[in-house]
Write a protein that binds this ligand. Structure first.
Ligand SMILES: Cc1cc2nc3c(=O)[nH]c(=O)nc-3n(C[C@H](O)[C@H](O)[C@H](O)COP(=O)(O)OP(=O)(O)OC[C@H]3O[C@@H](n4cnc5c(N)ncnc54)[C@H](O)[C@@H]3O)c2cc1C
Length: 405
């Protein structure tokens, strides 16, 4: 049997490794738009902050050789049809089974901006190696990030850590607006700015980029001002790269074994899966989900059995500065809050069970809270104690039967 993967990212690499661990000895071809060994996008900002490039190769730079894989790199797949994939160069690869895992792609407000020297996305390792080259070659000391979601803040912190002066321009009234509610997000925004010196311009957008001799010179903002900068990173959102398989950008609907059809599995940022707690189908584009989906799909391919338990939506931002922001679930229900000058903790309860939670500034309670959230057992009394537990002993109190007292 011949297995092909579209993509060589997190899901594809985990899928191939699981196939081999499960005893699959057949031919494997991995096709990727980029020219790298499998890398983890979660780790690549550390490369921009100063770590060696190899640290992003989470399964090792020798992955293709070690796993007995034929890589076809630097040639994106443009079409999947009837047991064949076709790439941009016109090459055709046949398959018996396919894992479709090309992840997601940047959604630019104005794609033509990318033609200006000094404007980059922040989605792929190709983006980050280009940014790194630009900084080294031109000695850039100033950067503007357009977009203050998870990826935009990740970019801002990496460049700040590298010593650049950074401004984040964000259309919402707080950073990380999808992983926080309004109060928690404003708290996180204020403290992140204070701790780092990163300038944050809220409720503002970039409307135009201005070039001098082909290179970025400044950006115009909706508030009528402009910022002189030789580096702009656009991180205004992503969309699943499902077009080559389905003809649309809305993700790939899969069954409980991650199958799109009897020969094609899909996993990672492109897969539409049910939520592990409330079952709502969605794009839960996170590393742990990509890994678990890939494992379920690979085991199903080899053994013909297994079901995906559902995706989690736990976001953990803790990079380059000791100021974590952690959240999961829905910010709906009865809010219970505890805060001091440096920390903000909030849990949303619905019928006495955790519907969502948010921790800003420390994550001592994260593991325990997350377990209560996944278990969906009545947790009202424990949550009140947990939120105000500054010593982090709630878990042990529960273990010896003292929880809630
Ligand atoms: C900057 C950044 C930081 C992140 N940090 C975190 C974090 O801290 N925690 C977390 O849980 N998640 C994080 N994520 C999200 C996480 O990286 C993704 O959920 C995960 O990588 C998804 O795996 P995937 O295999 O679907 O996609 P990817 O790992 O992105 O792999 C996609 C692969 O497909 C290739 N490809 C794309 N288009 C094509 C095509 N048409 N044909 C062939 N190949 C193609 C790409 O080159 C790549 O090899 C981060 C993402 C980014 C961008």
């Amino acid at each position: 049997m011949k297995v092909v993967t579209v993509g060589a990212g997190v899901a594809a690499a985990e899928f191939v490794e699981t196939l081999r661990n499960e005893g699959f000895r057949g031919e494997i071809v991995m096709i990727s738009a980029e020219g790298f060994p499998p890398y983890s996008p979660c780790v690549m900002p550390f490369f921009l902050a100063g770590d060696p490039l190899e640290t992003a190769y989470w399964k090792g730079a020798d992955f293709y050789d070690r796993l007995g894989v034929t890589p076809r790199l630097g040639d994106p797949v443009v079409e999947v049809d009837d047991g064949k994939v076709r790439t941009a160069s016109g090459a055709v690869e046949t398959f018996d089974r396919l894992l479709y895992a090309p992840g997601s792609k940047d959604r630019y407000p104005e794609p033509s901006w990318l033609g200006v020297h000094g404007v980059f996305g922040f989605k792929t390792l190709s983006d980050l190696t280009a940014i790194d080259r630009h900084i080294r070659e031109t000695g850039v000391r100033r950067a503007v990030i357009f977009g203050g979601g998870f990826i935009g803040v990740d970019a801002a912190l990496a460049l700040w850590h590298r010593g650049l002066q950074v401004t984040v321009v964000h259309r919402n009234n707080r950073l990380l607006s999808r992983m926080t509610d309004e109060e928690g997000g404003k708290f996180a925004t204020r403290l992140l700015a204070e701790r780092t010196g990163i300038e944050v311009r809220l409720e503002t957008r970039v409307t135009a980029v201005n070039a001098r001799d082909g290179a970025l010179a400044s950006v115009d903002l909706t508030d009528g001002t402009w910022i002189e900068t030789p580096l702009l990173i656009v991180a205004t959102g992503v969309t699943p790269e499902s077009g080559p398989l389905t003809g649309a950008d809305q993700g790939v609907a899969v069954d409980e074994a991650l199958r799109f059809d009897p020969r094609v599995y899909a996993a990672g940022d492109v897969a539409v899966t049910p939520h592990a707690v409330d079952g709502r189908p969605g794009l839960y584009a996170l590393f742990p989900n990509a890994v678990e989906q890939a494992r379920v799909a690979a085991r199903h391919l080899v053994r013909g059995e297994g079901a995906y338990p559902g995706s989690v939506d736990a976001n953990v931002l803790r990079k380059h500065v000791d100021f974590p922001v952690v959240s999961a679930g829905r910010f709906e229900g009865e809010p219970l809050t505890w805060q001091d000058a440096d920390r903000f903790r909030r849990v949303y309860l619905k019928d006495g069970r955790i519907n969502g939670y948010m921790l800003v500034g420390d994550m001592a309670a994260a593991g325990y809270l997350h377990r209560l959230y996944l278990e969906q057992t009545p947790a009202e009394r424990e949550v009140s104690g947990l939120l105000s537990d500054t010593a982090g002993t709630s878990y042990y109190r529960r273990a010896v039967g003292l929880a809630g007292r």
